[in-house]
Design a protein around this ligand. Structure first.
Ligand code: ADP
Ligand code: MG
Length: 415
């Protein structure tokens, strides 16, 4: 018998998976709370014309993918065609790999609606499945574009690829009588070079974004709009301002947990909340919007402490106390003992609040360039988060898991 059933639950309510559009999914979109204004705005942008483009941006774990999955569910309700798994843009994506991914989406939409293939789709399937291999490369059917292993050759005929996408979208929208919504994810964790590469890719794809019958949603980290979509005027001109997701409020987080408990409640058993929603909402303050790591904390603490003494809710103090030593060890392993020591000096020196290179340098007693490098390493490791820039000074704060590692419970932190 799992510990969850002792609490009257069918499964772990602190799962970190994104909410999915499919109503039958284990983690359905019905669990989504808040963000109504953003949703209305997004739906309005989608409904506007024969094609559209949208950017959704926000910090890691804030709820971007879940938001877009909900948007997709609503768009499907109003008759649009869409797909579950997003097309990904990664550091080495090319026009060709992007086109192949989009064609795969179109094929899946067709198949899901039980349509048979014709010559065009047979060729397309061959292109994206790589069946038609010749000497390690693929051939784009009779159109005669050949390429190696998904990489665009220098002479890649953009026009031809454009025509394939335009024809694919046109056929799907005509056959099924509805527009297509394409979800492009993971413009996240882009370094400066990656952002430049993604910006160039978007520039090359610009005309693709205008194909009638297609609606594009790009999801990325905070700042992706500026770093990728505003780099070239011809791209900036066709993308509206991003929809920026702000952290859920504490009230909304309490509601998030209430819904999860209700969704997972086992009939006929008494529900004991493993963590009271109001207690969880307090702890969420440490994470400032990062739902994924916040839920991971609850999940980790539950695994360590739930039901050990009695079947009763965990207190905030207990959650922090059981998680702290493990988190501290994990962080130390990740960045090494010295960086961890410096990090804890910075955090206690700034009492869990904001700091910049100058104040951090004072707390650890090292020079500016050393502090800058330290901060870059800590950022890279996800242990500190950039919060704002003022008069060319960049301010950071510790990630929630760092505050937990250092045993700083909610309430002891400088806002
Ligand atoms: N609005 C919301 N309401 C309820 N739960 C949410 C909401 N947004 C996100 N979540 C939950 O938070 C976690 C992180 O969400 P996710 O969409 O994966 O974030 P992101 O894509 O920004 O990294 C997931 O467990 C998800 O189920
Ligand atoms: Mg995501």
């Amino acid at each position: 018998m799992s510990i969850w059933s002792a609490y009257g639950l069918a499964a772990n309510p602190f799962f970190q998976e994104e909410l999915r559009s499919d109503p039958a999914a284990a983690y359905p979109i019905a669990l989504h709370v808040g963000r109504d204004a953003e949703m209305r705005l997004a739906l309005r942008q989608l409904g506007g014309g024969t094609s559209s483009r949208m950017i959704v941006e926000g910090a890691p774990g804030i709820g971007k993918t879940s938001f877009v999955n909900k948007l997709k569910a609503e768009a499907t309700q109003s008759g649009m065609l869409t797909h579950a798994d997003p097309v990904r843009i990664v550091a080495d994506s090319t026009v060709l790999s992007f086109v192949a991914d989009v064609l795969r989406v179109l094929l899946r939409i067709r198949t899901a609606h039980g349509l048979d293939g014709d010559a065009f789709w047979t060729r397309t399937a061959r292109l994206v499945e790589g069946e038609d291999t010749m000497a390690g490369g693929f051939t784009l059917g009779p159109i005669g574009v050949s390429y190696q292993g998904g990489r665009v050759p220098a002479e890649a005929p953009l026009g031809t690829l454009y025509e394939v996408i335009a024809e694919g979208v046109d056929r799907v929208t005509k056959d099924l009588g509805a527009h297509v919504l394409v979800h492009v994810n993971n413009l996240e964790n882009l370094g400066d070079d990656d952002a430049k590469r993604a910006a160039r890719l978007l520039r090359d794809l610009r005309d693709f974004m205008m194909v009638a019958g297609a609606h594009w949603i790009f999801v990325g980290a905070s700042g992706v709009d500026y770093a990728v979509f505003r780099e070239y005027d011809q791209v900036a001109g066709i993308f509206p301002h991003p929809i920026v997701l702000e952290p859920l409020s504490e009230t909304e987080v309490a509601e998030l947990l209430r819904r999860r408990y209700e969704h997972l409640a086992r009939e006929g058993t008494q529900l004991v909340p493993p963590v009271e929603p109001s207690v969880a909402a307090d702890l969420y303050g440490l994470y400032r919007g990062d739902l994924r790591n916040f839920l991971r904390l609850l999940s980790d603490a539950a695994a360590l402490a739930l039901g050990v003494e009695a079947i009763e809710p965990l207190s905030a103090e207990r959650i922090v106390a059981v998680a702290a030593p493990r988190y501290a060890r994990a962080i130390e392993r990740r960045v090494g003992a010295l960086d961890y020591q410096h990090l804890s000096r910075i955090v206690s020196g700034s009492r869990g609040g904001e700091f910049n290179v100058a104040s951090a340098g004072q707390h650890v007693g090292i020079g500016q360039s050393g502090t800058s490098r330290l901060i870059a390493r800590l950022r890279e490791a996800g242990l500190i988060v950039q919060v704002r820039t003022e008069a060319k000074k960049v301010f950071y704060r510790p990630a929630g898991q760092v505050l937990v590692a250092l045993g700083l419970a909610a309430g002891t932190i400088v806002p």
